[in-house]
Design a protein around this ligand. Structure first.
Ligand SMILES: Nc1ncnc2c1ncn2[C@@H]1O[C@H](COP(=O)(O)OP(=O)(O)O)[C@@H](O)[C@H]1O
Ligand SMILES: [Mg+2]
Length: 150
């Protein structure tokens, strides 16, 4: 079932020049880029994005981290893309993440884990709406469509 998810290369991923590497993994998996933008995150946007974590011990550090430099935000589309991308991203703590996952291959610490991905259909919808306007969604067809989908 085709669905959409929100993904972001966090400031450490950008600073470590891993944006292309991360995006390439999603491209190779056959996912479709529906929207993409490079942004310096405001405190207001960071607080809305991580509202669920407000009050937790790591919250202030998390807001500082995510506003510390530009991020690459995107909407990806594909079959079961929400859970599939979460699997590709790996466990929240890179120390627990499997080799072959983005966090398992490139990161060391939970507070610098390279990438964000929506964790379910409800958060995907909310995060896409928070980060993008309907006008940002590009409607087009991939030329390899017939070779990816039966
Ligand atoms: N104990 C922690 N210490 C520092 N940062 C944390 C901690 N727990 C979570 N974070 C940060 O907050 C983000 C959001 O947490 P969470 O939603 O639990 O993970 P995920 O990003 O895998 O969905 C994590 O990706 C990580 O950057
Ligand atoms: Mg989360």
């Amino acid at each position: 079932m085709a669905e959409r998810t929100f993904v972001m290369v966090k400031p450490d991923g950008i600073q470590r020049r891993l944006a292309g590497e991360v995006l390439a993994r999603f491209e190779r998996a056959g996912l479709k880029i529906v929207a993409l933008k490079f942004v310096q995150v405001s405190r207001r946007l960071a607080e809305r994005h991580y509202a669920v974590h407000r009050g937790k011990p790591f919250y202030e550090g998390l807001i500082e981290y995510i506003t510390s430099g530009p991020v690459l935000a995107m909407v990806l589309e594909g079959n079961h893309v929400i859970s599939r991308v979460r699997t590709m991203v790996g466990a929240t703590d890179p120390g627990q993440a499997q080799p072959g996952t983005i966090r398992g291959d490139y990161a060391q610490e939970i507070g610098r884990n390279i990438v964000h991905a929506s964790d379910g259909p409800e958060t995907a919808r909310q995060e896409i709406d928070l980060w993008f306007s309907p006008d940002d969604m590009v409607d087009y067809e991939m030329s390899d469509r017939a070779w990816l989908f039966e």
